[in-house]
Design a protein. Structure first.
Length: 372
């Protein structure tokens, strides 16, 4: 797809200091890499360096770009649940722009242990808002005029769709999992700090992201790795749950557009026009593996139905009309292109997958089942 998007430098328009929370994560890391590659901004990467955090992709960019890029990236090893540490980190970063991506995000883990999701996603967002509010109130002139806090959220706050319709910015909130409930709460906090305290915020709600460097606990990397190693591939329930898949680099385009050119107080839904059932996604990955290692075909023979996730939302789909019409965003990759690139990347980076799983003490087994 030949779609041209502005570079990070063109979008920042003089914003020199950018604070990215969760920059050690999958989407946050993609944002940090883009900022380092396409701008000369100073990037402050606030991350607690939890189980899914990894800087390998960022370090690769820094190595390629040399000392100049290295001097523009600073890791702030901070937990958002620590209010004093967050306050100090915001003071140190002295940002012109904040992109808030830090969050616990795995639904299955939220079923197994919801407490950390409240701590990170709700209390952590509150602590950040308080620190950023103090910072913003101390700014003046052009810096204050240009300042934005962009809060990145999920389509899961809207609940579950039937066979028809798509989520939009006017869809009522109806979260169904501990994860989505914690993200819904954080969205409401951000809007409240805008309306009550005048904090200039922008919000986005995205569909399911996929692509390189995603911690291998989510559906697409799990299926790729299990298929590549001839392991049983779990398919929840009947496999007909639908998700709208968004390639991570297309999401980064949308995030920077919304952060820099979005209207203050406005929310934007970001979807990839990639609506598929989980079964179709799994079968497409198996087909890719058949092409890569035909001797092991068909990889679809490895698919096994397993008990469905408790409260599994049936269908998500996003209408990205507002961000497209107001800001000119369009995805640059269709699902087939993005999936092919992602499968290839994971097949070439299996040692990295093993390393991060070992470090996180995650063996690839299923999470989020209710004990009898």
């Amino acid at each position: 797809m030949s779609v041209s998007m502005p570079t990070a430098a063109e979008l920042l328009e003089g914003r020199r200091r950018v604070l990215v929370t969760g920059g050690g994560g999958f989407i946050g890391g993609a944002v940090v890499r883009r900022l380092l590659l396409e701008s000369d901004a100073l990037v402050f990467n606030l991350d607690k360096m939890g189980y899914a955090s990894d800087l390998t992709g960022i370090e690769a960019v820094l190595s390629e770009q040399g000392a100049a890029a290295t001097s523009r990236h600073q890791l702030l090893h901070v937990e958002l649940a620590d209010a004093d540490a967050v306050q100090q980190a915001v003071q140190q970063a002295d940002p012109d722009l904040v992109l808030h991506l830090a969050a616990e995000s795995h639904v299955d883990r939220s079923i197994s242990g919801p407490g950390v999701f409240l701590e990170s996603n709700v209390t952590g967002t509150y602590n950040l808002l308080q620190a950023v509010r103090t910072h913003y109130e101390g700014l003046s002139g052009d810096r204050k005029e240009r300042f934005r806090l962009h809060h990145i959220s999920t389509d899961e706050v809207f609940g579950s769709l039937g066979a028809e319709g798509r989520f939009s910015e006017t869809t009522p909130y109806d979260p169904r999992s501990p994860y989505s409930a914690s993200k819904a709460a954080s969205d409401h906090l951000v809007q409240a700090w805008h309306h009550t305290f005048g904090l200039p915020v922008v919000l986005t709600n995205c569909s399911n992201n996929y692509g390189p460097w995603q911690f291998p606990e989510k559906l697409i990397p799990v299926v790729i790795l299990k298929a590549a190693n001839a392991e049983s591939i779990p398919l929840y329930g009947d496999g007909l749950n639908v998700r709208d898949w968004l390639y991570v680099e297309d999401h980064v385009d949308a995030l920077l557009l919304a952060a820099c050119r979005g209207a203050v107080g406005r929310s934007y839904c970001v979807g990839g026009h990639g609506e598929r059932t989980n079964r179709k996604i799994v079968e497409a990955i198996c087909h890719q593996l058949d092409q890569h290692t035909p001797s092991a075909a068909p990889h679809s023979a490895l698919i096994r139905r397993v008990t469905d996730r408790p409260g599994h939302d049936r269908r998500y789909a996003i209408d990205p009309g507002r961000i497209s019409s107001e800001l000119g965003w369009q995805p640059r990759h269709n699902l087939e292109q993005g999936l092919q690139a992602t499968v290839t990347w994971y097949l070439e980076h299996q040692p990295w997958c093993s390393s991060v799983r070992d470090r996180a003490r995650y063996d690839g087994s299923r999470l989020g089942t209710l004990k009898p």
